[in-house]
Design a protein around this ligand. Structure first.
Ligand code: NAD
Ligand code: UGA
Length: 450
């Protein structure tokens, strides 16, 4: 199959490289000249574990190429995937579909012969209809079908997720397009990945439903964590106790500083808008969005409480800036609100992230000092805050940290340490949802009636 992937970002580049690895001929198209130059010079424009060797190997084998010339690539393609961004539209939370529609117009002018146009970007219900309309109106002679094939990969484990998906969703009523999509994914039959066929609108909604449900699950356990702190319970045990029930499942029940990233925040907002417009409001998702927003700010208050109620003039060290480990992606990372709130309260911030500092610099206040190791961050700091659970932070030398810090305070927003171990090392330790997660005065619980 000759595949064109429009957009060489986190989804486009990973999907393109994986399709090439399946044996297809793939051309990735991007408008960003820096991204294309990096790829041509053998540098990865994003950090994703394993991507560099996958891209290198398939480029060397001649199955993967990059270009800025969309028309030429599309004119030779059997299948064109649209994998451009669909960020939140500024001010109102709707998905900004201008990149998708822009790509559709360019594709329309270039298609020759029957071509399947696939939306891999996450797009609201009905976007496929609009893409179809744009292509027919721009080029009435075009022979094409528009398919929805949402992507479920996670950053940090994107290649594994793409090659071993729990399911592949294909939304189309066109028989020829359906057969071609099955051919594209045929190499995955060996892994027994189920392919779910459905209509296009259903496929579009399925993607939002999945992301919103996961965001809601995280938010649920985060609220349980807050409750645990108030009543002297342990959220990690609650999570285990719930998660072993197979109807619930143990994944996405890790309490933390609130979900971030390029997808959950924008997709929950977009789903809320779709539902409101359809006069079928999704109140659970509305609550999820607002609880998660408040949580990020609450994390800064937790840090301030753990440092004795005042951070003005103090140095606070931040370990981890990206929204999750194993990515350089800073989009909607909880670190952004936490750092801003601490700076607003007069703290001086020192920060380190293994891969995210390049993306972090323009997003964080200019006063932040970027360091090269966790120990440099800790030097003279009045508190150290673990915001992202990179492996490099899981076994820090606590004695060494204590020696260089102004005061030994560790705030672990990902619960990667054992409280007793950190306290035994002489630290004040605050965490999430484990009895005294940082709230000093949990209320006395009512006694059973005597
Ligand atoms: P991204 O911002 O990393 O990449 C998008 C790329 O598209 C950019 O490089 C941009 O230059 C390029 N582009 C935009 N318009 C173009 C055009 N007309 N022609 C050529 N290139 C163009 O975005 P992403 O994170 O890969 O997300 C893409 C889509 O996939 C979004 O809808 C997102 O919701 C969805 N998605 C993302 C993930 C993820 O983990 N990031 C997972 C599943 C689904
Ligand atoms: C998420 C989904 O997991 C993917 O299936 C989906 O394809 C993708 O969004 C998308 O549509 O773009 P991603 O954003 O890469 O993937 O990362 P996740 O692992 O889902 O983490 C999202 C956020 O939730 C992170 O901030 C993470 O720290 C947080 N999280 C996750 C928790 O706080 N607790 C958990 O138990 C799990």
């Amino acid at each position: 199959m000759r595949i064109v992937m429009i957009g060489a970002g986190y989804v486009g580049l990973v999907s393109g490289a994986c399709f090439a690895d399946f044996g297809h001929d793939v051309i990735c198209v991007d408008k960003d000249p820096d991204r294309l130059n990096a790829l041509r010079e053998g540098r990865m424009p994003i950090y994703e574990p394993g991507l560099d060797s996958l891209v290198k190997e398939n480029s060397e084998q001649g199955r993967l190429d990059y270009t800025g010339e969309l028309a030429k690539a599309v004119s030779q393609a059997d299948i064109v995937f649209i994998a451009v961004g669909t960020p939140s539209r500024r001010g109102d939370g709707y998905a900004d579909l201008s990149y998708v529609y822009g790509a559709a117009r360019e594709i329309a002018a270039a298609v020759t012969g029957f071509t399947v146009v696939v939306t891999k970007s996450t797009v609201p219900v009905g976007t496929g209809d609009e893409v179809e309309r744009i292509i027919s109106e721009t080029n009435p002679a075009a022979e094409f079908a528009v398919v929805s094939n949402p992507e479920f990969l996670r950053e940090g484990s994107a290649i594994e997720d793409f090659k071993r998906p729990d399911r592949i969703v294909i939304g189309t009523d066109n028989e020829q397009a359906r057969k071609m999509m099955e051919e594209v994914y045929r190499p995955l039959y060996l892994n027994a990945s189920p392919i779910l066929h459905m209509n296009r609108r259903t496929a579009e909604l399925t993607k939002y439903a999945a992301n919103a449900f996961l965001a809601m699950k995280i938010t649920f356990i985060n609220e349980m964590a807050d409750l645990c702190e108030r009543v002297g319970a342990d959220v990690q045990d609650v999570s285990r106790g719930m998660g072993m029930d197979q109807r619930i499942g143990s994944k996405f029940l890790h309490a933390g500083p609130g979900y971030g990233g390029s997808c959950f925040p924008k997709d929950t907002l977009a789903l809320v808008k779709t539902a409101q417009d359809a006069d079928s409001p999704t109140r659970l998702i509305e609550a999820t969005v607002s609880v998660n927003d408040q949580r990020k700010r609450a994390m800064a208050r937790k840090v301030i409480r753990a440092t004795g109620g005042k951070v003005r003039g103090k140095t606070i060290g931040i370990l981890g800036l990206t929204f999750k480990p194993n990515t350089d992606d800073m989009r909607e990372s909880p670190s952004i609100s936490i750092v801003q709130a601490l700076v607003d309260k007069g703290a001086h911030i020192k920060a380190y992230d293994p891969e995210g500092m390049h993306q972090a610099r323009p997003l964080l206040p200019s006063q932040v000092t970027f360091c090269t190791t966790p120990y440099e961050v800790a030097n003279q700091a009045s508190a150290l805050v673990i915001v992202t659970e990179w492996n490099a932070f899981r076994s820090l030398d606590l004695d060494r940290l204590k020696k260089v810090m102004a005061s030994p305070v560790l705030i672990d927003l990902r619960n990667i340490y054992k409280p007793e171990q950190v306290r035994a090392a002489g630290f004040v330790y605050a965490c999430i949802g484990r009895s005294d997660g940082g709230v000093p005065d949990a209320p006395e619980m009512p006694r059973a009636a005597e």
